[in-house]
Design a protein around this ligand. Sequence first.
Ligand SMILES: [Zn+2]
Ligand SMILES: [Zn+2]
Length: 287
Amino acid sequence: MKTFALATGSSGNCIYVETANQKFIVDCGLSFSKSKEILEQKGINISELTGIFITHEHSDHVAGLKQFAKQLNCPIYVSKGTLSMLEDIDSTNFIIVKHHDILDLGDSRVFVVNKPHDAKEAISFIVESKSRKVGFFTDLGHVPDELIHVMKNLDMIYLECNYSSEFIKEYCTHMSPRYLNRLMSNVGHLGLHQTIDAIERFARDGQIIMLSHISENTITYEEATTSIFRTLLNMSVDIQLEVSFQGEATEMFDLTLLDKKSSFIEKYEDSLSDDSSQKASIIEEVL
Ligand SMILES: [Zn+2]
Ligand SMILES: [Zn+2]
């Protein structure tokens, strides 16, 4: 499994994931042409995308979706609440998904979980293929225990680190209190202290953490990376820490090069919904 971020942050979010026979993107926050250009630079033809996952309706996640829906004929997975907010986008390719759904897509399984964010029905996705798991956790007001449990079992986590309350106190006094209250609320974005707290609860050897959705107006990259690096040192965990800079694509990460880990499903079993027939069939297949 391979993945990279075309972009994360308030000016647009789009993350690419590739398995042996699937090519997905999570969110369409960049224009179609810009996305096409960045994918081409990595040797990927945009017309080969096999699925689009939409986390929520905020413009930094759907700005390019109308064009994507027009140009491509692949499924667009979205929650019912998010779809209700996308009234100007007409497509027969929308597939409604909800909390605790598990999608079987060729050689991949995609897990859907709700996340606390001030959108209509914000969801996160976890892609699993051949015992590799990557999850996308930006636009979170806080990190509920269930998501910590999920993150523990991921090989790579795109994790938000949106602002620093110290930086805001010092340098953001000109910003509207309403905006800042929203940002720092428990359905807004993850601040540095929350990101550190989450890492302290889920991090284990061998994971890759990609700091994402960093807002240059409310935190510096240096503060984010040095604070989190210090946390990892104190924890003595062997983690690969990476940063997604706004307006810059990251390098490609090949998760098949990591040491083999146990199956995500086995560990995630307890958190699945009560749909026992679905659960039983998956567990039977995996174990
Ligand atoms: Zn966002
Ligand atoms: Zn958002």
